[in-house]
Design a protein around this ligand. Structure first.
Ligand code: TMP
Length: 215
């Protein structure tokens, strides 16, 4: 008889403020999974589906009219609801791992610590949109915002978030560090100010340690 496996995949997220090197490091994570023959879906937030990418465009574009913090928060969660329904939940349900470039920790860091929206409001939307779903493991790349913003500005046109003041990114960084302190089992902080090879080794060590605790 054919064995039916109903084991859900693991949900890994990568976080950090602008210019911390998420793209490079996400490639290290996917290489690691490929070497171990783990089937995964690589995706990102805001975005990850056609509709959610439209919402991403709205969020990142610079508009003549300023966007209220609550509008921003609702758009982030609207994109997330779509992403969960179309990509994340189906993949996890099929036993695939999901590697997501940002998720709800970014909302607590940017809309919460950065924009000053309350943890309670964000928590309510988190429950509404995600139910009990949370990442199994989160790797947070940490870097002084002064360095991060300089790196980001070298990439060309700045988006609506990248145009924020350094003080905004100091709050974002602290928001991430507070989350990591509150949830040390799920979140691992990686010092992204080191050289690329060292960051890679730290990231893979954190990934192995985190996975050894949950698999
Ligand atoms: P990216 O540059 O990593 O692709 O992310 C796009 C921007 O979206 C980034 O500046 C952070 C912001 N963002 C939020 O403000 N809240 C969120 O919940 C997410 C997922 C991203």
């Amino acid at each position: 008889m054919k064995t039916v496996t109903n084991k859900r995949g693991l949900f890994l997220t990568l976080e950090g403020a602008e210019g911390v090197g998420k793209s490079t490091n996400i490639a290290f994570i996917t290489q690691y999974l490929e070497q171990r023959g783990i089937e995964y879906v690589l995706t990102r937030e805001p975005g990850g589906t056609q509709l959610a990418e439209r919402i991403r465009d709205l969020l990142l574009a610079v508009h003549e009219e300023s966007m209220s913090g609550l509008t921003e928060l609702l758009l982030v969660f609207a994109a997330r609801a779509q992403h969960l329904d179309k990509v994340i939940e189906p993949a996890l349900g099929a036993g695939k791992w999901v590697v997501c470039d940002r998720f709800t920790d970014a909302t607590f860091a940017y809309q919460g610590a950065g924009r000053g929206l309350s943890v309670e409001t964000i928590g309510q939307l988190q429950s509404l949109v995600q139910g009990e779903l949370r990442p199994d493991l989160t790797l947070i790349l940490d870097l002084d915002p002064e360095i991060g913003l300089e790196r980001a500005s070298n990439r060309g046109q700045l988006d609506r978030f990248e145009r924020e003041q350094q003080s905004f990114f100091r709050h974002v960084r602290q928001g991430y560090l507070d989350i990591a302190q509150a949830e040390p089992k799920r979140c691992k902080v990686i010092d992204a100010s080191k050289g690329l090879e060292e960051v890679k080794l730290d990231l893979l060590a954190a990934l192995e340690l985190g996975l050894s605790r949950i698999t």
